[in-house]
Design a protein around this ligand. Structure first.
Ligand SMILES: [Zn+2]
Length: 226
């Protein structure tokens, strides 16, 4: 396996490191981004830990390419805020468009170049979806009619089977969100695009564990991990 450690938007005020893992065998590409919102720290930690595990060989890329941007919004992260304007509304809404925001543009230019079959965007949210249909904590979100839906169902079943407290179970949401990274990747790149949302009120260790388990599950679906 080959690893390139690179800078996204080098020289800009929002330059951030990303990792480009290439397996010896050719195969599909997957892209993972995290920290689009600077205060969703368990999702950022999960992406960083996955990078470490791949570097150490604890996880092995079987084939294809995996690009991880663990901390998209450095500036918001440093200030421990979600970030304004909401970066997850700044991604391009139609083909030919680049998006309005420099950072979203840089992320999406990379996504266009990678052309991933799978695109995972890691987030955190308020509330428990099991208790209210109006909150996004503990959900996997994809677009209506997404080809990712069967895999989302399988991952939800798998992760929930290991969560004894039913209130903490994950649920599926189908939602078209123009300007979000997920909807941009689904509509403009035809990627199987999923947003992972853990609930802020759970322990940090559990949130990181859920994020990592779900990401590994999707990478297995993609054939990139065993
Ligand atoms: Zn978020």
């Amino acid at each position: 396996m080959q690893l390139l450690t690179l800078q996204l938007a080098p020289g800009s005020g929002y330059a951030t490191t990303y990792y480009d893992f290439r397996a010896d065998r050719s195969g599909p590409a997957a892209m993972i981004i995290s920290g689009v919102h600077g205060n969703e720290t368990a999702s950022i930690a999960a992406a960083q830990q996955l990078v470490k595990q791949l570097k150490r060989g604890e996880l092995q890329l079987m084939k294809g390419r995996l690009v991880i941007v663990p901390l998209v919004n450095q500036q918001a992260y440093r200030r421990k805020v979600r970030g304004r304007p909401d970066l997850n509304r700044q991604f391009p809404r139609q083909s030919g468009s680049e998006g309005r925001n420099g950072l979203a543009r840089a992320v999406f230019r990379l996504a266009r170049q990678v052309s991933p079959s799978w695109f995972l965007d890691l987030h955190e949210a308020n509330g428990l979806s099991q208790l209210s249909s109006r909150v996004l904590g503990q959900t996997l979100i994809t677009n209506p009619r997404s080809p990712a839906i069967p895999a989302v169902q399988r991952q939800i079943r798998k992760v929930n089977a290991a969560i004894p407290n039913r209130n903490h179970h994950f649920n599926r949401r189908l939602h078209e969100l123009p300007g979000s990274a997920r909807t941009a990747a689904a509509r403009l790149l035809r990627a199987k695009a999923v947003t992972v949302e853990t609930c802020w009120s759970l322990s940090r260790a559990s949130r990181i564990r859920y994020q990592k388990k779900i990401v590994r599950g999707f990478l297995q679906e993609a054939g990139l991990l065993k």
